[in-house]
Design a protein around this ligand. Structure first.
Ligand code: PLP
Length: 369
């Protein structure tokens, strides 16, 4: 890998395969039957990953992941609904911000960035406020890599007769969710994450009855998933200009996903990446922010070295010069940096990346080993 083409150890955009990038070398007409078939096949394959075809529609949407999250809340939460937002990081805070901007009533429940929300918390909160209609949570909170107990929370939300909206942006395709076991109204993800496509589109798995009842909820024309879905069913086409190259790349990425062995294989590779990362970083004396029990194999947060010679920007540039792109920390209280475990990378490449980190810290005289 040349320095001109570094390995991205970031949680999306991430490193894609040459085959996926090659799939973007064709121009597609948005009216063309072959392109419409590509979209239909994409939606079918995406639904299969979570066993959702019987109960959910897959509604793709142009834009980054946040567009799809905002569209899901705007479409599926009625204007007189109320959302309980579970927060333990920046993406949870973004959910609350979306509710605020859209004018949906909401309340928040925030735990520390290294503390998962529990089903017992949700049970107590739902008992205390009968106005709540929807609960929204982040599956893997990418700002640290913490995993929230989705299955348990989903059961409690169901027992209370409430609806669940899951931001599974950084986990979908790698961490198992079965739509027949985990009740939800919406699960949201995007092209450029664990499926290893390129960024540019999101998709929402929306419960069929909930989507059918959502006409007129949306505050926005472009973000209306009800309309987007209705148009696609009627015409086979995207409602507005589709991200054609992104669709083609994701289709090709899904072929490789299935060749690799689907979700179990993707999960196993990312878990091996994460383990190699933790072991090698540990040898350098770099400590993980999260305990292993709540660490998702998606992205890991490390405490920055306690040395005045360490500056993230300098560290980042030096590691980049060796061919690896790291990610800054997103915590306000402690200085950290992050390393993604997802993308078209192997455990060996993770070890090489950490070797580069070690070399850089020695060059910076932060490490004396
Ligand atoms: C948990 C989570 N939610 C939402 C997003 C969406 O972000 P963006 O709009 O930048 O794609 C991300 C992106 O990494 C994420 O990790």
């Amino acid at each position: 890998m040349s320095i001109a083409e570094p390995i991205l150890l970031t949680p999306g955009p991430l490193t894609t395969s040459a085959r996926t990038r090659q799939a973007m070398m064709v121009d597609w007409g948005s009216w063309d039957d072959r392109f419409n078939q590509l979209t239909a096949s994409l939606c079918e394959q995406l639904l299969a990953i979570l066993n959702g075809a019987a109960t959910h529609h897959c509604v793709p949407l142009q834009g980054s992941g946040t567009f799809a999250v905002e569209a899901a809340i705007g479409t599926l939460v009625p204007r007189d609904g109320k959302v309980l937002v579970l927060i333990n990081g920046a993406y949870g805070k973004r959910l609350a911000k979306i509710c605020e901007v859209l004018g949906r009533a909401f309340s928040t429940f925030e735990t520390a960035e290294d503390e998962p929300t529990t089903a017992a918390d949700v049970d107590r909160l739902l008992r205390a406020d009968s106005d709540i209609t929807h609960v929204a949570l982040i599956h893997c909170e990418t700002s640290t890599g913490i995993l929230n107990p989705l299955a348990e929370i989903a059961q409690v939300v169901e027992q209370h007769g409430k609806r669940l909206i899951i931001d599974a942006m950084s986990s979908f395709g790698a961490l198992p969710v079965d739509a027949q076991q985990v009740p939800f109204d919406a699960l949201i993800a995007a092209s450029g994450k664990c499926l290893e496509g390129v960024p540019g589109m999101g998709f929402v798995f929306a419960r069929k009855e909930s989507l059918a009842a959502a006409a007129g909820n949306s505050h926005s024309l472009a973000m209306d998933l009800y309309d987007q879905h209705a148009y696609m069913i009627k015409t086979g086409q995207w409602r507005f200009t589709p991200p054609t190259h992104v669709v083609a790349a994701l289709h090709e990425a899904l072929l490789q996903y299935n060749e690799e062995g689907g979700l179990p294989a993707r999960h196993a590779r990312y878990a091996a990446n994460c383990q190699a990362l933790m072991e090698e970083m540990g040898k350098l004396g770099l400590r993980s922010f999260l305990p292993a029990a709540i660490q998702a194999p998606i992205i890991a947060t490390f405490h920055a070295p306690q040395d005045p010679r360490y500056q993230f920007k300098d560290f980042y540039e030096r590691v980049k010069a060796k061919g690896y792109i790291l990610y800054p920390g997103k915590l306000t209280q402690v200085e950290t940096f992050r390393v993604g475990c997802i993308g078209h990378v192997s455990p060996d490449e993770m070890r090489q990346a950490v070797a580069a980190v070690g070399d850089v810290l020695r060059e910076m005289e932060v490490l004396d080993i």
